[in-house]
Design a protein around this ligand. Sequence first.
Ligand SMILES: *Cc1c(COP(=O)(O)O)cnc(C)c1O
Length: 408
Amino acid sequence: MTMLKTSTEELLAAANEAILFIANRPQVVMEHGEGMYIWDTDGNKYLDFIGGWAVTCLGHSPKVIKDALLEQSGKLIHASPGFYNKPMLEFARMLTSLSGLERVFFGSTGAEANESAIKLARKYGAVRKGGAYEIITTTRSFHGRSLATTAATGKIGWDRMFAPQMPGFVKVPFNDIEAVKQAINPNTCAILLELTQGEGGVYEASSVYIQELRKLCDEHGILLMFDEVQTGLGRIGAMFAYEHYGVVPDVLTLAKGIGGGFPLSAMLAKDAYNLFEAGDQGGTYTGNPLAMAVGLAVVGEVIQRKLPQQAAERGQYLLKKLHDVQERFGLTHIRGKGLLLAFDLPEPRGAELAAACLQAGLLINASGPSTIRLMPALIVTEAEIDEMMTLLCKIMDQLFQGADPQIS
Ligand SMILES: *Cc1c(COP(=O)(O)O)cnc(C)c1O
């Protein structure tokens, strides 16, 4: 290709001068990807165990997504939210039959799906529960960055962010059923939680907790809402995380994986909660044909290739590899299911390790000061897991043992 090439220096100048600051990002610029690998503008290759932040479930730039975009963009890119379109209705059938929840609303981001769930819960409270509006959420949870989902989020400090915050969210400790019982009052309309807290550091809900929650919600007429933005679509070794619990929610939110990298989210609800009136909810891009075509292609591929089952197997393999080196590096609390895994380092040096891995061509996520999270594409092979472990061990040797004067 003979395109005029902007140098990495010029691009980074734009990064530092033209991008509104939101985070300290490494001084590299990603340019193209294929499968488990991504390349920067200097041609450096990275093995990607961040997976686009648990998003690129089929790997980078898979053919099925390229084909779907090409085909659909030749037919219809956008119809207007005022009309149904063909891929929208096909994708609605696919997701509702897959989940068993009969109704779906489409959005573009996880936050938007959760906003929809919050609005639906308040609508339910208004029309069925005498104006109840409180939603119980859990500490250490993450539900998004819009104002309502920020208020719903249970990360430390987030309860004071962008004050005054939207009222109506009551936080309880995760996996503590007694705390939920105490929080329930006549004002409660719903409980919203993740089945594995992803951003919080990969903490799984216990089976009894979720089963008890289902009973409590039924007893009190409260909506049980699962945020499966991160855990959904095969990530933790089942199509939906709730299958591990034998509990079906009233409302389910999905994003990240279902677009495979294209902005796409969904809120599903049981038919009994098909409660919005005209004008209550919407969005310019709801059911956008391009997004729907991608969703059809991605979810179709995940089903056809049995990727949830494969994620379960590869996750077991990766867990075993981590346990094999646990003692050597003093790793603790190796945890998670499927391809949403984490472990703790003996010291709070997660960011340093992630930075050193980046230098060496491996992308991993430090989700806390001592916590490393792994969330590769669902298509990851055992050979790619071996490659990751070799790199990771090499870097940990250099970083942790190399710094030890007794060894050097
Ligand atoms: C990422 C995430 C969100 C927010 O999704 P966005 O697409 O960033 O808005 C919400 N809930 C959970 C559990 C997530 O992991």
